[in-house]
Design a protein around this ligand. Structure first.
Ligand code: SF4
Length: 426
């Protein structure tokens, strides 16, 4: 490409319905097929990630009482989950502004991620407010739904991590952690992986030439913005901090995920990468085979070996299926998959609810009858002679592909124009 394309020029093409927009999945397939595609042929590639993102939170403005009913909120719970009132106390207005962590929990089964999804689904939420001392510790209770929330924003403090990690337990026994559903068995009996590989936005723009502060993106299906780099972000392993209005979100791309140490939060992010130069185009050709997957000891999380994302996402099954004919109807009250499916997506009567399923693969190893089908792959750890089976995926590449497609469709339909960063990430 002799001449650089500008974002403004690409937006003009989008407005005229002339822009060539591909999902990362489509683009990688063209590269794998060795199709003669050049930077001039393509205007935008949409990339995405759908994963457990602990650093997710919501800021909600909740009407709980009439004016002058109480002086100040002291503590707040939403469906039993503790929320933090403030920083603006909205004294005497009957409204509380709260901050809720995606990892906050009401109990071992229900956390902030579940709450966020239920808000987006329009479900009724129980709000309990303990009001301040001069009100003699009165408790106010209300039921609200999304329509009552004039302000409901989600932010992430750390998301879309560029090549994350796999975790293994090198010692005897089981280690309970957020990277397992029932404890990670050792020594080297199983491996848990995270990371969307070649479709992750930051893998596709590793020099951050197009992604920066103010970049318009999609968060859980709603329009959002990058607000900066996230916590623990570095030039080598950047991640993003983003914000979006929860009112436009799609529950399919979010929710709770129950691990062996309690609930975590699923969040999905899609980013359009404008093909503004040969350099950007060249970086978009990154493949799973080239992306390192560090393997860490679950005890200290220090990487000691390395694989790559082809072991996770190439020649494996992105989706998990249930074969009812193979269900042996175990002689127990509750089947292990019904009990331990981290998204509560399975019931013996209805099978897998694909809208809720995270394609994590845990059911394949929980079911003694072999009724769940899906090849999750194996990873060779270089100083061991045997390969370790992947038993849990904490990234959902199928849903990430779907979100990238949703973003592509919005661009093609001229509903989503691109922005240039107003500042670059460090
Ligand atoms: S893959 Fe299996 S265990 Fe994982 S969310 Fe789907 S049904 Fe549940």
């Amino acid at each position: 490409m002799d001449k650089r394309k500008t974002v403004a020029e690409i937006n003009e093409k989008i407005k005229k319905g002339e822009a060539v927009v591909l999902t990362a999945e489509e683009f990688k397939q063209m590269v794998r097929n060795e199709e003669p595609v050049t930077a001039e042929d393509i205007d935008v590639v949409t990339c995405a990630t759908c994963a457990i993102m602990s650093g997710t939170a919501a800021i909600l403005s909740i009407p709980v009482a009439e004016r002058n009913e109480f002086e100040r909120a002291d503590k707040v719970w939403l469906n039993g989950i503790p929320a933090f009132p403030g920083p603006c106390p909205n004294e005497r207005l009957g409204i509380v502004d709260v901050f809720v962590y995606g990892t906050a929990r009401a109990n071992h089964e229900y956390g902030g991620g579940h709450l966020f999804r239920e808000i987006v689904e329009g479900k009724q939420i129980e709000v309990k407010v303990k009001v301040g001392t001069s009100d003699r510790n009165r408790i106010i209770e209300r039921r609200i739904s999304k329509e009552d929330l004039q302000f409901a924003r989600m932010i992430t403090t750390r998301s879309s991590f560029k090549n994350y990690m796999a975790f293994v337990n090198p010692e005897e026994g089981e280690v309970r952690s957020i990277f397992s559903v029932r404890g990670l068995k050792g020594p080297y009996k199983e491996i848990s992986v995270t990371g969307s590989g070649e479709i992750n936005p930051l893998e596709n723009d590793p020099l951050l030439k197009t992604i920066g502060i103010g970049t318009k993106i999609m968060v859980n299906g709603a329009m959002g913005y990058v607000i900066g780099e996230g916590t623990r972000s570095s030039r080598e392993k950047p991640n993003l901090s983003v914000i979006a209005d929860m009112h436009g979100m799609d529950a399919e791309f979010m929710g709770g995920f129950v691990t062996s140490t309690g609930p975590e939060c699923i969040t999905s992010i899609a980013v359009p990468i404008p093909v503004i130069s040969e350099e950007v185009f060249s970086n978009l050709k990154i493949m799973d085979e080239e992306i390192k997957l560090p393997i860490a000891d679950i005890h200290d999380r220090i990487p000691f070996a390395e694989s790559n994302y082809a072991a996770v996402w190439q020649d494996t099954d992105l989706e998990i299926h249930f074969d009812a004919d193979r269900c042996v109807q175990c002689d127990v009250d509750v089947c292990d998959v019904e009990e331990y499916c981290p998204t509560n997506a399975f019931s013996r009567s209805k099978g897998i609810d694909v809208y809720r399923c995270f394609n994590c693969g845990a059911c394949i190893f929980l079911c003694p009858g072999g009724a769940f089908k899906g090849n999750l792959g194996r990873i060779k750890i270089h100083d061991k002679d045997k390969e370790v089976p992947i038993t849990l995926r904490q990234s959902n590449r199928s849903k990430a592909n779907k979100l990238a497609k949703k973003l592509k469709n919005q661009i093609v339909e001229r509903e989503f124009l691109l922005t240039e960063p107003c500042d670059y990430l460090r």
